[in-house]
Write a protein that binds this ligand. Structure first.
Ligand SMILES: [Zn+2]
Length: 312
């Protein structure tokens, strides 16, 4: 009997809010997908791997499908420790470590590939997005945090632990000197411009004691309604994003920068309008656009690891 082609992968995207599990084919087609809330509390980070195992079993009830499974790709919010196969102090979760590779391998007897969610993002764009033709691209997610992944000369940059291109923790400001949520520095891009931190920066910028606005969405909505304070803030947020993007361009010399994550997906037009005029022109300006893959980018990138499309 001919050997079955193993052209399917389990793709898992463990976020601080949502856990996405999918079966993806080697062309990047999502055959089935399920989204649940990530377990964020428990006696140890093992509860996350246990949840991933449950969700994989839930999504592949048909035994026959297992014959086509080449492996499991897991994207998780960084930083990660590739050697130990785990996430370290993942944002929005109360765990020091979240072990992934060992428990999944033990349960499913399949190869397991772990990748930082932003590196997964850039691979998703590179292999399955509209950006296949580029050998130099950077993916930046602007969601609850800010992160990045870079493909340079057709190679995924990983760094010693798998966390190259953690661009959210590049310093972009000394004027306000805001302490970053990572707890490890001040003036980091994420401290100003991530979904969780935009409202805080808005209050600092306006010297407001009031709790309004409650979320980043309120500020973007107000700017769309031409609210004067919100528009003034958009200029300043644009200056910060312009600094961040200038750093990214100087570091990686990309042909294209793709923005993903909820803030960019929902308000990318406003973000880009105000950021672009603040980007240094030291290097030729790359194309800068919003992801065509939406929230599926890290899932697809995780599956590309299974199909060994990655040269990283
Ligand atoms: Zn930071």
């Amino acid at each position: 009997m001919a050997k079955k082609a193993k052209n399917l992968a389990f793709a898992v995207d463990v976020g601080g809010t949502n856990l996405r599990v999918a079966i993806v084919d080697d062309k990047g087609k999502i055959i089935v997908k399920n989204v649940v809330k990530t377990v964020r509390k428990g006696k140890s980070g093992n509860v996350v791997a246990e949840q991933v195992i449950r969700e994989i079993k839930n999504i592949a009830p048909k035994a026959k499908l297992w014959e086509y499974m080449k492996g499991i790709g897991v994207s998780i919010a960084g930083p990660i420790d590739l050697k130990k196969g785990r996430s370290v102090n993942p944002p929005n979760m109360n765990f020091k470590f979240v072990p992934i590779v060992a428990p999944l391998k033990k349960e499913f007897k399949l190869p397991v590939h772990l990748i930082n969610d932003c590196n997964a993002g850039v691979l998703g764009e590179k292999y399955f997005g509209a950006e296949k033709k580029y050998n130099n691209l950077v993916y930046i997610t602007i969601s609850s945090g800010i992160g990045g992944g870079a493909v340079v000369n057709n190679n995924l940059l990983t760094g010693k632990d798998g966390n190259a291109a953690e661009v959210g923790h590049m310093a972009v400001d000394t004027k306000y000197n805001v302490a970053c949520t990572c707890g490890k520095g001040r003036g980091h891009w994420e401290a100003y411009a991530s979904g969780n931190n935009i409202p805080k920066f808005f209050r600092i910028f306006n010297d407001l004691e009031t709790k309004f606005p409650s979320g980043a969405k309120d500020i973007f909505d107000a700017a769309r309604k031409k609210d004067k304070i919100a528009l003034k803030f958009m200029e300043e947020l644009g200056r910060i994003n312009g600094r961040g993007l200038s750093n990214v361009i100087a570091a990686y010399d990309p042909e294209i920068v793709v923005l993903g994550g909820a803030v960019a997906l929902n308000n990318g037009d406003l973000l880009l309008k105000y950021a672009k005029k603040n980007i240094d022109k030291f290097l030729k300006l790359p194309k800068i656009k919003i992801s065509s893959l939406g929230e599926n980018t890290p899932l697809l990138g995780a599956s590309s690891m299974v199909f060994e499309l990655s040269c990283g």
